[in-house]
Design a protein around this ligand. Sequence first.
Ligand code: PGA
Length: 242
Amino acid sequence: MNGNPAMVKAWAEEFRELLRTTNNEQRTTIICPPAPLIPLLKTELADLPIQLGGQDCSEHKHGAYTGETSADLLYSLGAEFVIVGHSERRQYHDETNEIVRAKASQAIASGLTPIICVGETAEQRDNGETEAVLREQVKNSIPQEGNFLLAYEPVWAIGSGNVPTLAEIKNAHETIISATTKQTGLALADISVLYGGSVKPENAAEIMKIAGVSGVLVGGASLKAEEFFKIAAAVSSQRSVN
Ligand code: PGA
């Protein structure tokens, strides 16, 4: 729930200027602003290789659900993706895995690709439950059909400046990938898992080197165009694993 029209305009101008100074081949770059800012970002970024997404969508198709934003509406505003199951939604809005799955299914039915977030809390981590929690979340949050991306977002790492060790990220991604394969029968090459939680320009490249990490999901650092640009450049400089 950051940003406003003035910020978006300044951000887009700075990002465009930074892009002009580089020949880096860009990996897919997606920006997921609060929904009302999607049309403005679409206009401001029209000439740049950036796609747009929402931060959440309703589990319902349409109707009397005051305050909700439908996946159909996000699509018609120009979104191609939508984040579902972010820990802040799970935590502050009591979203269960089943709700997250319903949202992901609505997204797919509307032509969007859901980015499904999973991740353990600090307490679950301390209790050695990380693998079980991730398996459970994957099993019950991913839809039966359709394309999706996953994001491993340890709750305790979001906005905290704390990042799991590289080995912990590797293990978590392996768990998520194996649970997804088991659940869907998808081939490894068709499963993409992003890492999110205190990603910064300084750690993006080393995180991208980890087997099983297909990209990063950036929160706080995305609010500054230069930080986000540096992360995008670091990610682009790494060879794609899958
Ligand atoms: P952060 O947020 O990069 O600020 O830790 C990540 C997120 O909100 O998904």
